[in-house]
Design a protein around this ligand. Structure first.
Ligand SMILES: [Zn+2]
Length: 405
C-alpha cells in the first residue's frame, strides 16, 4: 500500500479515519482483482485424453523465428514485411488466406487472416481466433546504446515467436478436423512507436467485425513474446475471466503449474502462475472492447530473472539466441490442447468478466505497471495489518478520551 502519510495530525481521530480508509482501500482492492482462483470447469482426465495426440513441434517453430529474423525488422511497409506475408500466402494452402490493407495517419499496414472452416460449417459455427503480431518495433527505446535507440529491432521474441507459433499451428490444425472454425490472425502495426500507442491492426480487425461475428467468437487468444528461454507466464489483465479459467487446467495437464500433478503423473514446475497478475495492453484489448472473450498469453519478463517491461524487451538484444524451441513448444502445446479438447467452446459463461477500463496508460503498448504485489496472500496481509492498525488506534483513542475526561 503506497499511501503517503504527511503533515502533522492534531488529533488521533485523523489516524482513526486514515486507518479506516486504509482498511476500505485494501478490501476494495481485493474485490476489484481479476479472477485468479476460479475453479476449473474441467476434469483433468478429460483434458488428459488429448495429451498423447499433441504434435506442436517447437523445433520447427524455432526455425521460423530464425527465418523471420533473417529477413530483418518486419516494420510495416518494408520488403521484409512483404516477404513474410507472401510466405504465409504460399504455405498455408489448406487455409483461406486473405490480406487486409489499411492506412491510418500515413501508416499503411496489412493484417493477414487465415481461416479454416469445418466441412459442415453453418451460419452459426463457432470460431476461435488465434492472434499474433508479425510486425517488429521500429525503435529500440530501451536499448543501452543511445546511438541505436532509433533503429528498428529484429524482434525474435517480440514479433517472430508468436507468428512462428501460428505458422506451426497452421500446419497441425487441418488434420485435427475440428468441428468449429479457426482463424489465424497475423496483425500488423501492433508495435510501432506512435503516441498515443495504437494497436492498429487489431483495432481495424475489431472495427470490421459484425455483431454476428462477435457472437460466434468463442475465444480470441493472443500469443506474444512466448519464446523466452526463461518462460514465465502469468495471468494478464485486462482479460476475460471465463477464458482465463480454462488455461489453468490445460497448464496443469502439461506440467506447467508448480506442484500440480500432470497427465503423466509428473510434478509440475512453475511456468504458468495464475496467482500473479500483470497489466498488459496488447492486441486483445480492441477485441475485449467490442465484447469478445479475449486474453493475452505473454511473458513480459523477457530474459533470465527479468522484471516486467525490463530485460531484453524493446532492445537490440531481442535476438533468436534468446528464444528457445522448448518454450515455443510449451505454449504451442497448451494452445493445441485447448483446440483438441474443445476447451474454449464450453467454458462457463457465469465467469464472464467485464474488461477493465482503458485508462491506465494510453501511450504505451503495455501498462507500465505491475501488480504482482496484489496477489491474494499479499492482500490478506494488507487487510490484517489494516485491521491491526485500526485496533491499535481505537485503543489509543480510548486512552486519550480517558485522559481528557
Ligand atoms: Zn513490443
Amino acid at each position: 500500500m503506497l499511501m503517503q502519510i504527511g503533515g502533522d495530525f492534531r488529533t488521533a481521530r485523523r489516524f482513526a479515519i486514515l486507518a479506516i480508509t486504509l482498511l476500505i482501500c485494501s478490501l476494495s482492492t481485493s474485490f476489484s482483482q481479476p479472477v485468479h482462483a476460479v475453479e476449473s470447469p474441467y476434469k483433468a482426465v478429460e483434458v488428459c485424453d488429448y495429451v498423447e495426440q499433441l504434435e506442436f513441434n517447437g523445433t520447427l517453430a524455432n526455425q521460423s523465428v530464425h527465418w523471420q529474423t533473417s529477413l530483418g525488422p518486419r516494420v510495416p511497409g518494408t520488403n521484409a514485411s512483404e516477404t513474410f506475408r507472401n510466405s504465409v500466402d504460399e504455405n498455408l494452402t489448406l487455409w483461406d488466406v486473405s490480406m487486409h490493407e489499411y492506412t491510418v495517419d500515413n501508416l499503411t499496414f496489412t493484417n493477414i487472416e487465415a481461416v479454416l472452416e469445418p466441412a459442415n460449417a453453418e451460419n452459426n459455427t463457432p470460431r476461435v481466433v488465434l492472434v499474433a503480431h508479425y510486425d517488429t518495433r521500429n525503435v529500440a527505446e530501451r536499448d543501452s546504446d543511445e546511438n541505436r535507440t532509433n533503429e528498428p529491432i529484429v524482434g525474435a521474441n517480440d514479433g517472430a515467436s508468436g507468428a512462428a507459433a501460428l505458422l506451426e499451428l497452421a500446419r497441425i490444425i487441418p488434420p485435427m478436423e475440428l468441428q468449429y472454425e479457426v482463424e489465424l490472425l497475423f496483425t500488423d502495426a501492433e508495435d510501432q512507436n506512435y503516441t498515443p500507442h495504437r494497436f492498429f491492426g487489431a483495432e481495424k480487425w475489431a472495427e470490421h467485425q459484425t455483431q454476428h461475428d462477435i457472437n460466434r467468437t468463442a475465444a480470441f487468444i493472443v500469443l506474444d513474446m512466448i519464446g523466452d528461454a526463461d518462460l514465465q507466464l502469468t495471468h494478464i489483465w485486462p482479460g476475460n475471466g471465463a477464458l482465463w479459467s480454462t488455461i489453468s487446467p490445460l497448464a496443469e495437464a502439461l506440467g506447467m503449474v508448480e506442484n500440480k500433478t500432470d497427465c503423466n503423473g509428473g510434478i509440475g514446475v512453475k511456468i504458468f502462475d495464475k496467482n500473479t497478475s500483470i497489466g498488459v495492453y496488447d492486441d486483445h484489448v480492441p477485441a475485449l472492447n467490442i465484447g469478445i472473450r479475449a486474453i493475452d498469453l505473454i511473458d513480459i519478463r523477457f530474459g533470465p530473472g527479468a522484471k516486467a517491461f525490463e530485460g531484453y524487451w524493446h532492445t537490440h538484444e531481442d535476438t533468436p539466441d534468446k528464444v528457445s524451441a522448448e518454450s515455443l513448444e510449451t505454449v504451442g502445446r497448451l494452445v493445441e490442447l485447448g483446440l483438441r479438447s474443445g476447451a474454449w467452446l464450453t467454458h462457463n459463461s457465469s465467469q464472464e468478466e467485464a474488461p477493465e477500463p482503458q485508462n491506465s496508460s494510453e501511450n504505451e503498448t503495455v501498462v507500465d505497471e505491475e501488480i504482482e504485489a496484489q496477489s491474494y496472500p499479499a492482500l490478506m496481509l494488507i487487510a490484517s495489518l489494516s485491521i491491526g492498525t485500526l485496533l491499535l488506534i481505537t485503543a489509543f483513542l480510548r486512552g486519550i478520551i480517558r485522559k481528557n475526561t
